[in-house]
Design a protein around this ligand. Structure first.
Ligand code: PHE
Length: 535
């Protein structure tokens, strides 16, 4: 138990690791976002593009993160520290970039954007002083702040389970559903206590460590999640008019697919795979060298995509059966879905609601614990704290931060000073604090951390060292010739595989050095509005 002084905890095997990593990836995004964006962007055509993005950006970066974690056996911060000490090459470039960023601050001050100037100054100093280690620091910061607002939504799912069981979700029309959602999200007492409750559940799991906590819980919860999805799919598909929903989701309509849609797919690939916030580095750091990280990454990505598609199959047929609109986000799951379940002809709407919200809560908890674990591992590795102390502190600090997210969901009236402060600093405030934290992380920090990780592994640490790490436990998988693999001649054995150039390892190297960073830059520029492509 005492990891700081004793042996580091670890996963008992590949299955536990894969289920835990998949648990992190499969979250609210799979249920409330993927089906919707698929429907809006050309159904099956979008799914193809999304799969492309997952393979283009998701898989290469996930491999980078797992490799960094397993090689260093450290938290994201420790991982970069350990690798940077060995090569001093990072220093001059870091100083240069840091200085450039600090210069940009002057420009911002001239334009009167003090909030952005302060943010950039922090970044500049961080890069100047810590070099690549700042990527790790930013990842841990993202994990903590994302958990702050994620726990608020997680708390709602738990509240809804209880209400469903008590028959309280029997809305007949949209305004009743909206009113009810407001009464939960807008009530400070309910909102904050649900959020704190969610944090306590995550804290309890992380308290018990990797093997006895996270792994055990994932092994129980993930099969339950899959089972409940099956039930909901069967219910959905047997409703009248269900095929309309299936067609909406899966029929490829290439005319609806725009460049815009491709960028949406890319951004979502990042978010849904939980990349850029140090989760895969942290989970990888508890993995031993006999495990195949290449196949594990494929399994995690496969499971995440499968569940996203299944969620679409559970939601759309029922939605179409009841002639309801698809909409994204909390509105879809907290308002539209309870109405849909209640309107189904079988009179047991409360049961479908309870199953649906339990499923959401499980998806949210397994993602929440991965975010908390990033912070806990950071405290254990950096401050040599005991796991229990680290868990306690991380849970408390993040819960305290989350209170601000919970309080601002309906409006700012409980924390007007925070809105005022943000307004003074940035000149505008879009949405509530919950949205501000989400946008800041999803649009800026995650892509930045992702691209830096990819460049770090590709150019600074070096693909050679990285591939040597991947080779452990991978049975020469990295050295298999791609053409022979595709042709089914994998074990031909006539030529040593390392002699040929087109191996999976070299393909991965090319990706993380060139293709993945370019793809992220394009998405990033689009997300911040500097690049307008297509319609
Ligand atoms: N991957 C999760 C999802 O699809 C989202 C998530 C984001 C989870 C950040 C953890 C951390 O919902």
């Amino acid at each position: 138990m005492n990891e700081a002084k004793g042996k580091r905890d670890n996963w008992s095997g590949s299955l536990g690791f894969i289920l835990a990593a998949a648990g992190s990836a499969i979250g609210l995004g799979n249920v409330w976002k993927f089906p919707y964006i698929t429907g809006m962007n050309g159904g099956g055509a979008f799914v193809l593009v999304y799969l492309g993005c997952v393979l283009l950006v998701g898989l290469p970066i996930m491999l980078c993160e797992f490799t960094l974690g397993r090689h260093t056996q450290q938290s994201p911060v420790g991982a970069f520290q350990k690798l940077c000490n060995k090569s001093a090459r990072n220093v001059p470039s870091a100083r240069l970039i840091g200085l450039l960023v600090i210069f940009a601050v002057l420009g911002m001050i001239c334009f009167g954007s003090y909030g952005y100037a302060a943010l950039l100054a922090i970044f500049g100093i961080l890069i100047f002083r810590c070099g690549w280690v700042s990527v790790g620091i930013v990842s841990v910061f993202s994990a903590a702040t994302i958990l702050g607002y994620y726990a608020v939504a997680g708390g709602w799912t738990i509240t809804y389970i209880f209400r469903a069981l008590g028959g309280g979700l029997n809305f007949v029309d949209k305004s009743a559903a909206q009113e009810y959602f407001k009464s939960i999200a807008g009530d400070p007492l309910i909102s904050v206590s649900a959020q704190v409750g969610f944090m306590l559940i995550c804290g309890l799991v992380v308290w018990f460590g990797i093997r006895r906590g996270i792994e055990r819980v994932s092994k129980i919860l993930m099969p339950i999640l899959l089972f409940m999805l099956f039930i909901l799919i069967i219910r959905g598909l047997t409703s009248p008019n269900a095929m309309g929903g299936v067609q909406f989701l899966l029929t490829p309509d290439f005319s609806k697919l725009s460049t815009e849609g491709a960028l949406v797919a890319m951004g979502h690939a990042f978010y849904t795979l939980s990349l850029g916030m140090g989760i895969s580095i942290t989970y990888g750091s508890y993995l031993d060298r006999q495990r195949n990280i290449f196949l594990s990454s494929l399994a995690v990505i496969g499971l995440d995509t499968l569940i996203a598609l299944m969620a679409g199959l559970a939601i759309f047929p029922a939605l179409f059966a009841m002639n309801m609109d698809a909409q994204e986000g909390p509105g879809l799951v907290f308002q539209v879905m309870p109405m849909v379940f209640n309107a189904l002809p079988d009179q047991i709407g409360w049961l479908w609601c309870a199953i649906f919200f339990l499923l959401l809560a499980i998806a949210a908890v397994t993602s929440g614990i991965s975010l908390l674990e990033v912070c806990v591992t950071f405290c254990i590795d950096q401050f040599r704290w005991e796991r229990r102390l680290a868990t306690l502190c991380a849970t408390l600090v993040i819960s305290a931060f989350g209170i601000f997210c919970a309080l601002s969901v309906q409006d700012w009236k409980y924390i007007p000073w925070l809105q005022q402060a943000l307004f003074t600093a940035f000149g505008e405030v879009r949405g509530n604090f919950f949205d501000v934290v989400d946008v800041f992380n999803s649009n800026y920090l995650l892509p930045l951390a992702g691209i830096s990780t990819s460049i770090f592994v590709g150019w600074i640490w070096g693909t050679r060292r990285a591939v040597n790490e991947i080779r452990h436990g991978a049975n020469n998988f990295a050295d298999i010739h791609i053409i022979t693999l595709l042709a089914g001649l994998k074990n031909d054995g006539r030529r040593p595989a390392t002699e040929v150039v087109w191996t999976l390892a070299s393909l991965w190297g090319i990706f993380i050095r060139f293709i993945t960073p370019s793809a992220i830059v394009i998405t990033f520029l689009h997300a911040i509005g500097w690049l307008k492509l297509g319609a």
